[in-house]
Design a protein around this ligand. Structure first.
Ligand SMILES: [Zn+2]
Length: 307
């Protein structure tokens, strides 16, 4: 399910050609994302430019636990939130209380920075990494087995926080116990996947707690946070392209539509927008040039004088 990834080593070495590739691959998607969130084309272009510069500046601290895509979209999300916050500050009336505001920022944070709203017990970084890995493994194998209803049910529960009774109705399952059964088997499989990993025992309690939460449908929020943060179920870009061209298998297509429309995955939505825009050639040229100018200026300033 993976796309071809940029070469982190070369990016860290500030190689201009590798950064150019990143610009071509990501600007369109980042623009789509920022545009959807802000509804302002000029602001969205600014955000893309700032994101790309931020990515170049921060690459030295790149955490290999994440993919480059997660890294750059994370920066884009933060820049977008900053923009929305600034805009809100500018429009807010004087004297209004800053604290109890369920405004733009709170909204953005609730829907998009699950890691910032973790309420449950904190997992260690390493345990989070393991849990993210096994969730991905589980999604991959479920995808390969063509079990898309199972995949949707688990995403709805783990990531969407749906309750059993809503889930069985949506997927036209026999009854709630069918949902409980799917959940039970998925948790069992996750336990197996965890058990074969080194230091997997740190993670098992989370799965046990999730299993016990059962009926109420309440999960330790860590699973939801990790699911979203690691983009556990996001299909690779070529699957999205096939969805648009109508060549994706019907069951997989149903899953991707569910993921984008009902789970409201903004990253995949942005990729779809970008793929659709790719048909209208030349649309991005100006933005790409602008990003290119600022990025290469920065790269030159950092690499001149180096050996
Ligand atoms: Zn997605």
């Amino acid at each position: 399910m993976e796309d071809k990834k940029p070469d982190i080593q070369r990016l860290m070495a500030l190689e201009d050609s590798e950064w150019q590739k990143v610009e071509r691959d990501f600007c369109g998607r980042l623009l789509s994302y920022a545009l959807r969130r802000t509804g302002d084309h000029q602001a969205a272009e600014d955000i893309v430019q700032e994101t790309m510069l931020g990515a170049v500046r921060g690459i030295g601290d790149f955490d290999r636990q994440y993919t480059f895509e997660q890294y750059i979209f994370g920066i884009c999300r933060n820049r977008t939130i900053d923009h929305l916050r600034r805009r809100r500050t500018m429009t807010i009336q004087e004297g209004k209380d800053e604290d109890g505001m369920p405004g733009m920022e709170a909204l953005a944070r609730n829907t998009e920075t699950p890691s910032a709203i973790i309420r449950g017990k904190e997992l260690s970084g390493h345990a989070r990494e393991i849990l993210g890995d096994v969730l991905r493994d589980w999604v991959d194998e479920t995808w390969e087995q063509n079990e898309f209803v199972r995949l949707m049910v688990i995403e709805a529960i783990f990531s969407g926080g749906w309750r059993n009774r809503d889930t069985w109705k949506r997927f036209e399952l026999r009854d709630e116990t069918a949902v409980a059964g799917i959940k039970f088997r998925a948790l069992k499989r996750l336990r197996q996947l965890i058990a074969v990993r080194e230091s997997g025992s740190d993670v098992l309690p989370v799965i046990e707690a999730a299993a016990e939460a059962g009926e109420a449908g309440v999960f330790d929020v860590d699973i939801q946070a990790i699911w979203l943060e690691r983009r556990v179920s996001c299909p690779a870009r070529h699957w999205l392209a096939r969805l648009l061209s109508g060549t994706l298998d019907a069951k997989a297509a149903e899953f991707v539509r569910f993921h984008v429309e009902e789970m409201k995955c903004q990253w995949c939505r942005a990729s779809l927008d970008d793929l659709q825009r790719a048909d209208r050639e030349g649309d991005l040229d100006e933005l790409l040039q602008r990003v290119r100018d600022s990025t290469s200026r920065y790269l030159r300033s950092r690499t001149i004088g180096r050996q």
